[in-house]
Design a protein around this ligand. Sequence first.
Ligand code: AMP
Ligand code: MN
Ligand code: MN
Ligand code: MN
Length: 281
Amino acid sequence: MLNDSLKVDLHCHSNVSDGVLAPIAVAAYARKAGVGVWALTDHDEVGGIKAARVAADELGMHFVSGVEISVTWANQTVHLVGLQIDEDDPALLAGLAATRHGRDARGREIARQLDAAGIPNAYEGAVKYVGNPDLLSRTHFARYLVECGACQTTAEVFKKYLTEGKPGYVPHRWASLEDAMGWIKSAGGIPVIAHPGRYKFTQTGEDALFDTFRQLGGNAIEVVTGSHTPDQYATYAEVARRYGFLASRGTDFHAPGESRVEFDALPPLPSGVTPVWHDWF
Ligand code: AMP
Ligand code: MN
Ligand code: MN
Ligand code: MN
C-alpha cells in the first residue's frame, strides 16, 4: 500500500466535462505538482480516459480510470465517483449517455432565466467555454458570468446565480443512486460518495444516504477533497471510521487557480482511516 497519500489524487476534471485543460494537460499539471497516482473523473463522461491513461503512463504516474456521476437522491443532487472502471463497459456508457441527455435544454432554460435577470446571451457565452457539446455545465455559465462582469469570481456566481432560489437555477433529474451504483459495478469499479460535506441534508438525511449507499454495496467516501473545508476533513474521517467506509482523497481540480485547493496544498488523509487505494498496489 502507498503510505504517502499526498501523492494520490483521485478526483479531477478536464475539458471533456467542466475543467479547462485537455486530459493530457491535466496529467502534466498533476505530475508537476508531485502526483504519482492519478484519476481523471469527468462528470458523466469517460471520453477523456484513454488520452489521460497514455499521458499518465508517459509521465510515470499510476493511472486510475474514473468518472463522477450526477445523481438525484432524496430530491438533491449527489455526486458519485466511480474508480477503477472499465471505460468501455456498455452498461456504463449507456447510463452516462442517458445522464448527459437534457443538459442542453437545461442550459437554454438557464440562459432564459439569466436573460430575464438582465444578463443576455448567456447560452452563447457559456457554449464558448464548452469542450464537449454533450456536457454544457453550470460551470460554463459561471465562467461566462465572470467574463461579462456580472460577478468577480465563479464562487460569487454560485452565491448569486445558478443555485436554488437564485436566477438561473433549473432543477434537473439526474441518474438514480441505484442505477449509478449499478453502472459502476457493471464496469468493475468502486463507487465513492463525492464531497459528502457539500450536500444540504439534515443529519437524518445524511445518515440515510450513507445507509442506503451501504445497502447498495457502497463502502467508500471522499474525506479530503478540495470541495471540503478543513473542519469537514475531520468530520468525514469520523464518518468513515463509524461506518467502516474506505476514505478517498482528491482536489476536485477544474482549472489552475479556480479550485479552492491546488494539488500541492491538499492535506493527507487523517490518521485512523483506511485509504480506498489500500489494496491497489
Ligand atoms: P452541473 O453538473 O451543470 O449542475 O454543474 C455542477 C458543477 O458546478 C460542479 O461540478 C462544480 O464544478 C460547479 N459548482 C457547483 N456549485 C459550486 C459552487 N458553490 N462553487 C463553485 N463551483 C460550483
Ligand atoms: Mn464540476
Ligand atoms: Mn462534484
Ligand atoms: Mn468533481
